[in-house]
Design a protein around this ligand. Structure first.
Ligand code: NAI
Ligand code: MG
Length: 326
């Protein structure tokens, strides 16, 4: 059956890197049906809505979505899009590739970040001129769902353990519940866990990233720790991500619209092409996903490369080089 892929380039370099990734997908699996839709600053200017209803519905119905980035309207676009696919986990690999100038070349991590709750549920109040509060939400069900995903994720990689990041020594009720639920589900499935206090983990990741592999985190901790890891591998142009739900998923580079280079044709397409490789694997095309990954890796190692990695190649040059290595 032909899988339907929603393609939402968005603003800025999204308009350059998403078509590049679609070209790569086209080269490996012509069975996909691509349907393109608008979102972001430009469409808000013309229609009044950063996320038109037909775009939201397209993502909610498609087998998978490939998204670029939105500018000022990023929150108006990406949060409802993640909800449209009912995404409960944000998968963020951070890997240092040979041939790139990574701060920590031995880094090869994957963050599995809770994507629905924690401190990002929007329950904030101003109680007085002096006092503001935030209510943090942690549920047993969301923690279990994340842990079940994590167990399957490590098993698929042929591994049997992951790290749980938390701060349950201070947030005894909320992170305590998170930790207990994740560890219990892993125990039931015969997956080993080690625990790390998230602040100490930040230091350890900088000093000895090679000691970690898959890290399961509450929402805010996952946001911060994965951005820290992005620094270790050197460059936003290299980091893909997946927002996975029970039946749908949305794939996007970690970077934004890069207004400083947008329109010049020099954006690094690697993050989006690697997101497309995750999309292929999500839809069961494991061999094709691996071929794309290998082609990106070979291109990063031997060139050509875009200016962010010290080269002078264009987005199109890099995309052609990846396709020729498939
Ligand atoms: P950014 O990721 O767009 O850019 C940060 C720096 O990294 C810039 O110097 C940029 O040129 C460089 N960079 C990013 N991606 C690159 C690529 N593929 N190739 C080469 N260089 C690259 O983050 P910034 O500047 O904080 O945000 C710019 C806009 O993007 C803002 O309007 C922000 O709201 C939006 N944004 C959207 C996101 C989304 O839609 N998911 C995520 C992050 C930011
Ligand atoms: Mg972030």
């Amino acid at each position: 059956m032909t899988d339907q892929i929603a393609v939402i380039p968005g603003d800025g370099i999204g308009q350059e890197v998403v078509p590049a990734a679609v070209q790569v997908l086209d080269a490996v699996d012509p069975e996909f049906a691509f349907v393109e839709a608008d979102a972001g600053d430009a469409v808000k200017e013309s229609t009044g809505s950063a996320l038109p209803e037909e775009t939201r519905e397209l993502a909610a119905d498609a087998d998978a979505t490939l998204f670029g980035a939105a500018g000022e309207t990023a929150a108006e676009v990406i949060l409802p899009l993640r909800r449209a696919v009912d995404s409960f986990v944000n998968v963020r690999p951070a890997r240092a590739y040979p041939g790139t100038d990574a701060l920590r070349p031995e880094t090869d991590l994957v963050f599995l970040r809770e994507n629905t709750e924690g401190v990002y549920t929007g329950h904030e109040s101003r109680l007085s001129d002096d006092v503001s509060t935030l209510t943090r939400v942690v549920t047993e069900s969301a923690s279990e769902r994340l842990a079940e995903f994590a167990c399957e994720y490590v098993r698929d990689r042929g591994e049997d353990r992951f790290t749980v990041a938390h701060k349950a020594n201070v947030m005894k009720e909320t992170d305590g519940r998170f930790r207990d639920a994740v560890v219990r589900v892993a125990d039931e499935r015969g997956v080993e866990t080690d625990e790390a206090l998230m602040d100490a983990l930040a230091t350890h990741l900088c000093l000895r990233p090679e000691e970690y592999d898959v890290v399961v985190c509450p929402n805010l901790a996952g946001d911060v720790l994965s951005d820290l890891a992005a620094g270790l591998v050197g460059g936003l142009g290299l980091l893909p991500s997946a927002n996975v739900g029970p039946e749908r998923a949305l794939f996007e580079p970690v970077h934004g619209t890069a207004p400083d280079i947008a329109g010049q044709g020099v954006a690094n397409p690697s993050a989006t092409i690697l997101s497309a490789a995750m999309l292929l694997e999500y839809l069961g095309h494991d061999a094709e996903g691996q071929r794309v990954r290998d082609a990106v890796e070979a291109t990063l190692e031997s060139g050509p490369c875009t200016p962010d990695l010290g080269g002078s190649a264009s987005t199109a040059d890099v995309t052609e080089a990846v396709i020729s290595r498939l």
